[in-house]
Design a binder for this molecule. Structure first.
Ligand code: G3P
Length: 232
């Protein structure tokens, strides 16, 4: 499963990219607004930091203006994926933009029927929002499973499932188990995915035991060992 970072914060992206686990980034108007910078400049900078798709969302509500915004956003960088909402106009824009060869992420998906329509309209990604469904007492993960199953029934549908509105590491694991193609993860959740008290405890125990070894310098030991072999 691919991992995208769900943020417009450049420091978070810079940090996470160095971990070697990030395949792309998703943004939305709320995430962009939270950072307070210039939208296009922010998207351009993110594209320069990540070797993968970067979702940038249109804000128009009518198809004609969405298409215009989307075509312009796609010109900002080759990594840009245009994000459109799952509305009638969003579907029209998705069809037009994907017809141009622009990758489209159809967002704000809350039922499987919407995902089927987005795929028919040529979406590259469908973004079901798991956490927001959980928040209102529904099972967000069930939606991921349904969409993965539906798409698997029709191999001519090429749309990838992008699990969004992820709230914790369990969401990520369950999305992967369900066969989601991508999970877009807030930096806070990505950091939580690394942590386990037994990892820290085990690491501390290894270091404590190693302290009793007379020569603890592994690099020096390997270099001396190699030099000795060379001289034979
Ligand atoms: O990028 C869209 C999505 O991931 C939003 O998540 O936490 O605002 O529901 P959230």
């Amino acid at each position: 499963m691919k991992i995208f970072l769900d943020t417009a914060n450049l420091d978070e992206i810079r940090d996470a990219v160095q971990w070697g686990v990030i395949d792309g980034v998703t943004t939305n108007p709320s995430l962009i607004a939270r950072e307070g910078g210039d939208f296009i400049e922010t998207i351009h900078q993110i594209c320069g930091m990540v070797d993968g798709p970067v979702s940038a969302e249109v804000v128009a509500q009518d198809a004609a203006t969405m298409i215009r915004e989307g075509r312009l956003l796609a010109k900002v960088h080759k990594n840009v994926v245009v994000k459109v909402p799952l509305t009638v106009d969003g579907l029209k824009a998705c069809k037009a933009l994907s017809g141009d060869g622009t990758r489209v992420n159809v967002t704000l998906c809350f039922q499987a029927a919407q995902a089927l329509l987005a795929a028919k309209a040529g979406a590259t990604y469908i973004s079901p929002f798991i956490g927001r469904l959980d928040d209102m007492g529904q099972d967000g993960m069930l939606l991921i499973q349904q969409i993965v199953n539906i798409y698997a029934n029709y191999p001519d549908l090429k749309t990838e499932v992008l699990a969004a509105s992820i709230r914790d590491p369990l969401h990520v694991v369950q999305a992967a188990e369900a066969g989601s193609d991508v999970a877009t993860i807030p930096f806070k959740v990505l950091k939580a995915m690394i942590l386990h008290p037994l990892t820290d405890k085990g690491n501390a125990a290894f270091l404590k035991d190693w302290a009793s070894v007379p020569d603890q310098d592994i690099i020096g030991q390997v270099e001396r060992w190699m030099a000795k072999r060379k001289s034979l």
